[in-house]
Design a protein around this ligand. Structure first.
Ligand code: DSN
Length: 415
């Protein structure tokens, strides 16, 4: 990766990348939307196809010289179709936000009503936040979680759907530690004649490994990023029923995007091949076991977890009774070499830049080969830091233990 050409052309950037490699190698990454892509995926992401324009789709391009990018995109399509069992897939979206934009554009007119999960309760910016295109272009109504059990309030979902008659219901979250019951969403959608879309960006890997319920049989459209539990390149795809295929493809191009990033499409194909392997199933199973082990360890140390635990790859730690905000907790953990993100918890009284919680997850540390004993230790180390106040000695001591742990489970040793 850090080859001579880069070092000669741009030593400053070569140095930045060397240091970022060192950071990733020597940090415990617990951000649940991050992962370590394989060397094969990294190689494809930086491949020769970065040079090629390829508007259109395989066999129907606006540029010549597309024979081999056609093959790359066809491989991505064939493998995604097999992996998810979908009717149709568009593998060109650059990001999850663009995939959601294209899905809405294919199904809706401006001003139509969308019913989606509240950001403060675990939803996503593209699910109707007033500052996002979704909240500005559509009439967005939000459902959330119950106050007591902190799980999706399906009664509220139904009554909001009856009241507002949405054209689209979105099932999906970026900070929800429990499973999504897509069948129940479908029942509500059918009752009010709405389309149903699932945004499975976080749990896509779990779904293909049967560690989470499958949305495909229940949904008109399913979007996902490819770099979280799926462990591919930083990008997205859109899957849909055949009846929506043409509208989805047109929404992606020429509706929103022009030239697709064919090097990233090639990397998606590689990631889908990896995800079709039996090893990937085992990896996803271990992600869930590991998340449960971190959750148990934190609860054993006296931390409150939203909904009392996790069924998937992440958990929300509510710090409101600990005298520390999510922002300060994440900053303090980073000093000790543990990288998490601050996160709103349901009914949070803090702002999104401060928050009362953090959102640890297990995908990246599981990629390193760590199992339950290491997860228990990670929970203990987190608790030591969070309970330590500004005690620099404790933070330095934990930093050393984190370094030892990272050295025992190395990554990218030959980059
Ligand atoms: N930023 C992603 C996450 O961390 O969940 C969502 O876009």
């Amino acid at each position: 990766m850090m080859n001579e050409a880069l070092a000669q052309t741009d030593p400053e950037m070569a140095d930045v990348l060397t240091r970022e490699l060192d950071r990733q190698q020597n940090t415990l990454v617990l951000i649940p939307s991050e992962n370590y892509a394989s060397k094969a995926v990294l190689l494809a992401s930086g491949c020769i196809m970065t040079n090629k324009y390829a508007e259109g789709s395989p066999g129907k391009r606006y540029y010549n010289g597309c024979e081999l990018v056609d093959r790359a995109e066809s491989l991505a399509i064939e493998r995604a179709t097999e992996l998810f069992g979908c009717d149709h897939v568009n593998v060109q979206p650059l990001t999850g936000a663009v995939a959601n934009m294209a899905a809405y554009d294919a199904l809706l007119e401006d001003g139509d009503t969308i019913l989606a999960m509240e950001l403060n309760h675990g939803g996503h910016l593209t699910h109707g936040h007033p500052l996002n295109f979704s909240g500005r272009w559509y009439n967005c109504i939000s459902y959330g979680v119950t106050r007591d059990a902190e799980v999706i309030d399906y009664d509220q979902l139904r009554s909001l759907a009856r009241e507002h008659q949405p054209k689209l219901i979105v099932a999906g979250a970026s900070a929800y530690p429990r499973i999504m019951e897509f069948e129940r969403f479908r029942e509500v959608a059918d009752e009010v004649g709405a389309y149903l879309m699932a945004d499975i960006a976080h749990v896509a890997g779990l779904i293909v490994a049967d560690e989470h319920p499958d949305p495909i049989p229940h949904c008109d459209v399913v979007t996902t990023t490819t770099h979280k539990t799926l462990r591919g390149p930083r990008a997205a795809i859109i899957m849909c029923r055949q009846e929506h295929a043409q509208a989805i493809d047109r929404a992606v191009f020429p509706g929103i995007q022009s030239g697709p990033q064919m090097h990233v499409v090639a990397a998606k194909a590689v990631a889908f091949k990896e995800a079709l392997s039996p090893d990937f199933k085992e990896y996803q199973h271990q992600i869930v076991l590991n998340a449960k082990a971190i959750a148990q360890s934190l609860m054993d140390q006296g931390f409150r977890l939203v909904s009392g635990g996790t069924d998937n790859h992440l958990m929300l730690v509510d710090l409101s009774d600990k005298g520390i905000t999510g922002r300060d907790a994440a900053d303090r953990l980073e000093q000790a070499g543990i990288c998490v993100n601050k996160n709103l918890v349901p009914f949070d009284t803090q702002s999104p830049v401060v928050t009362s919680g953090i959102r640890p997850g297990s995908p990246a540390v599981t990629t390193r080969g760590m199992k339950e004993p290491e997860m228990t230790l990670i929970g203990e180390l987190m608790a030591r830091v969070l309970d330590a106040g500004d005690d620099a000695f404790v933070i330095a001591e934990v930093r050393e233990k984190v370094r030892e742990l990272c050295e025992r489970f190395p990554i990218y040793t030959d980059l």
